[in-house]
Design a protein around this ligand. Structure first.
Ligand code: PEP
Ligand code: MG
Length: 551
């Protein structure tokens, strides 16, 4: 038995067989494989996935843009099944011992060249199509083909081990088949860790390269979320002892369920809201089960990450409406699109950036691509008629950005009015305080909006100049750094001055050693992942703010 130390996202234990995700990076051609049969089976699984994607795209295109656009994806389906193309790929695998990716890429180059050289412009144009189809198959060969090949083998859940997982990979995985995640890199503030926490799947991040190299597919692993350890081939005594710890914890949690239906109020009568963060509405049941006072942050990225193309206004409207209806009048704060940096989406085709965290992301992208932003705002306002919606805008750094947002919101409301589409006039508008700039000008921003929501994950990254994705920087990451706490206090003081309410939705909101300090600053809402709601309510109910801080 070997034990490795990483960082845990939740208090839970998981035991299961390992499945190591070995992502093949593009470009992959000229890589060889000794196991042609395996490569052929991977190719088969990837083609099934690609076919499903193309069928979905054809149906969507038909609905949204009519038959001529849909035809493109029908042609792609035909190319996917083209006999000559497939024979070439298979021969590269069998005769040249290429990996499936290398074989598809080699066949792609061959066919692209052949089509481009043709006289007939119709066939020339097919060169782009064949390249597109081939690239789709290569992408499908990456994560999901492996997933389906492995997950197809039975109902047993696996412990998914990887170098790292991107947010779009995480959201697309079949969560019902995963007992836990283990990643060699990543930090507790990385989006994959946050998503795992909100999906309530135990995850250990930053376990290190050595551990990942030692794990073989099918090896029995134990993930101890209490200590952040991963045990390789644990012995039965060790398993037993750790499972007992889990049982004790569950008993304590059961006790906390007595707080369901009770207010989050301190002994001296200060009431706050304890809400839940949601990364994927699949988890709404847990939000309700843990009696959250509402949703303090719904990351709308889920819609974009799990899709193969821009979600339409109607798709978004239906998704937001469903959440609002299920929350039955409780506050639901939906954050507008926050992609870029580590949250990359293929179909956005974002340029490579030297410093993506300081780059073209979140509100910057939305204020540049106004049609994209307008579509989301229209969907949000239309959904507002079905519940208690607040709209939150990420990565704000200036007054001008907020002015632009407010103008756009006004325009959208006017449009809906003209179209006789109902919306709620009282939708609250808020901004994330997640850059030092926003905190420092919070006196100017507070009168413009209804609420502030402090994003401590990015606020930490930008204040301490620490890349939140980089596990090597963990020793330097002091989440209680006075600079961060002062910026939060400054935003709270400025918010209070003009009746703007302020919440915290970053991971620091769940840090119970800071709860008293946050409440003394005047924080009105803490939004955390669902399992933290009741433990936090317990802490709040035992605080007495009328007594001096260290009494
Ligand atoms: C944050 O930055 O604290 C936050 C809540 O947003 P995200 O983690 O999605 O960047
Ligand atoms: Mg953020």
């Amino acid at each position: 038995m070997k034990t490795y130390q990483g960082k845990s996202t939740s208090n839970a234990i998981a035991i299961g067989k390992a499945f190591v995700l070995r992502r093949s990076k593009l470009p992959t051609w000229r890589e060889h494989s000794a196991n042609s049969a395996w490569e052929l089976s991977r190719l088969k699984a990837a083609k099934v996935l690609a076919k499903g994607q193309l069928q979905d795209l054809a149906a969507k295109a038909l609905q949204e843009t009519g038959p001529s656009y849909a035809e493109i994806f029908e042609v792609h389906q035909m190319l996917l099944e083209d006999a000559a193309f497939n024979e070439t790929i298979q021969s590269f695998i069998s005769k040249n011992a290429f990996t499936a990716e290398a074989a598809v890429a080699a066949a792609r180059d061959l066919f692209e060249e052949k089509f481009s050289a043709m006289e007939d412009p119709y066939f020339q144009a097919r060169a782009t199509d064949i390249a597109d189809v081939a690239d789709r198959v290569i992408r499908c060969l990456s994560v999901r083909a492996q997933e389906s090949a492995f997950f197809g083998q039975g109902d047993e859940k696996v412990i998914l081990c990887a170098q790292d997982l991107t947010p779009s990979e995480t959201i697309q995985l079949d969560k019902s088949k995963i007992a836990a995640f283990v990643t060699a890199s990543g930090t507790l503030n990385s989006h994959t860790a946050i998503l795992a926490r909100s999906l309530q799947i135990p995850a250990i991040v930053g376990i290190g390269e050595e551990c990942l190299q030692s794990i073989q597919d099918g090896m029995r692993l134990m993930v101890d979320g209490f200590t952040g350890e991963v045990l390789l081939s644990p012995d039965s005594d060790e398993e037993e002892a750790r499972l007992q710890k889990q049982a004790q914890y569950e008993e304590k949690m059961l006790h906390l369920r007595e707080l369901i239906g009770k207010e989050s109020v301190t002994k001296d009568g200060k009431k706050i809201k304890i809400c839940a963060n949601v990364g994927d509405p699949e988890n709404l049941a847990e939000v309700l089960d843990n009696d959250a006072d509402g949703i303090g942050l719904l990351r709308s990225e889920f819609l974009y990450l799990s899709s193969t193309d821009y979600p339409s206004e109607e798709e978004q409207f239906q998704a937001y409406r469903l959440v609002l209806e299920r929350m039955k009048g409780k506050q639901v704060i939906i954050r507008t699109l926050d992609v870029g940096a580590d949250k990359q989406i293929d179909y956005f085709h974002l340029d490579h950036e030297e410093n993506p965290a300081l780059g073209f992301r979140a509100i910057r992208l939305c204020l540049t691509h106004l049609e994209l932003f307008r579509t989301q705002l229209r969907a949000l306002y239309r959904a507002s008629a079905y519940g208690n919606l607040g709209i939150l805008f990420p990565m704000i750094t200036s007054v001008t950005e907020v002015e632009q947002i407010l103008t756009l919101c006004k325009q959208v409301k006017k449009e809906l009015q003209a179209e006789n589409l109902p919306y709620n006039e009282k939708v609250e508008l808020g901004i994330m305080i997640e850059t030092p700039a926003a905190a420092l000008i919070s006196d100017l921003l507070a009168p413009m909006v209804d609420f502030f929501s402090v994003g401590t994950n990015d606020l930490t990254q930008y204040t301490l100049a620490l890349d939140r994705q980089n596990a090597k920087l963990d020793p330097f990451c002091d989440t209680h750094h006075e600079a961060i706490l002062r910026l939060i206090a400054m935003a709270a003081t400025n918010a209070k001055k003009c009746g703007t309410w302020i919440g915290i939705c970053g991971e620091l909101a769940a840090d119970t050693s800071l709860t008293e300090r946050f409440l003394r600053m005047g924080i009105d809402e803490l939004s955390v992942s669902a399992p933290f709601v009741l433990p936090l309510r317990d802490i709040v109910r035992n605080l007495d703010l009328s007594k001096p801080e260290d009494a």
